[in-house]
Design a protein around this ligand. Sequence first.
Ligand code: CA
Length: 430
Amino acid sequence: MRYSSFFVGTTLLFTVHAQAELVINDSISSTVTPPSQITTPVTPVSDRFQSCLANLRSQAINSGVNASTYDRYTQNLTPDYSVVEKLNYQPEFSTPIWDYLSGLVDDERVRDGQQKIAQYRSVLNQVSQTYGVPAETVVAVWGVESNYGNISGKYPLLQSLGTLSCEGRRQSYFRTEFFAAMRILQRGDLTEEQMKGSWAGAFGHTQFMPSTYERLAVDFDGDGRRDLVSSVPDALASTANFLKKAGWQTGMPWGFEVKIPQGMSVAGESRRNKKPLSYWIAQGLTRADGSTIVQGNLTTTTPAGLMMPAGANGPSFLVFKNFDAIYGYNAAESYALAIAHLSDRLQGAGPFLTPWPTDDAGTSRAERREIQRLLLSKGYDIGEADGLIGDKTRQAIQKEQVRLGLNPTGRAGQQILRVLRNEQAQKMLP
Ligand code: CA
């Protein structure tokens, strides 16, 4: 597991991620809690931080950090309290799964991923042979985690993990990661300069936490260092190693979209509630394209769960053990589905056949940039048109929706895009 279990099913799950586009509220499972109060330091900040670090010294040494390593990396360390605010941040808007997936699995990411597969074909072949995980699945993780190495975070790890070890909730969790980060430096795998990541400490091409890095990172290019920051072969192999250790079954699918027959009871069905395929076949389930369930290496006894991320009226899936292996990467079903779906798209499959149960479908990153450009041209101060929908963009959309008499959801969906586009076109008319 990449994060400890307390993140499961909470909004925090996404806010610990490097990518701003993942700072969302998991509409499937979350309940919004009011933001916690941030403790105001009563003693001078630097004194308080340094005395906390002094108190952690023996704990660090017990965990395998040399005294000299600890002193060297904490001597001039300063806190960054902005990461404590991020820990306490609760998104103001919730994001439906169709918005989440349409941004993570869009034509742009499929095209970029296919280009990466071509570029790294020989190393990916070796990785697949060694770990038994398909190239497309490994590359899909890479694409979702860091947009193929383009967004891997800018927070110096020791600073953010050191701060979170001394302030806020979950200090003991972050201490484990803080010490692990120092042991990675001590081993010489990486330099301090290389260790930058998300505010919560996930870093590199595949956004491992330091403790995961220690357990599962591999040196695949043979230079003697496990480098998931600068070496793509190390990063790809480490991802495959992660999935293998998480129970990946070579030659088996993650799952596929299915068609639920009318009248079939789906109460109590879930990813976890696995039943042999014979059960689902007897219920009248077929693949979404109408073809038979048992194909390839599957048999009637293979266990599968029925996952319905937007209820029985949206796209529904039979999922196998390999889906759980992907889920282990970052415990959220929507997240695992993004990786699984992207891996299918990289193999040439199309979008899901069943539409999401909404009359306002989600937008690709290109369309989100277009919405932002349209808002900028109306004078909204929303920063750059980067396709990342943050609170500022959402608030601007909400204002526009109010003006237009639409439901003020703040969502960057197809509806607001269409309306703003039309307005712009009208303006251009003579
Ligand atoms: Ca290496």
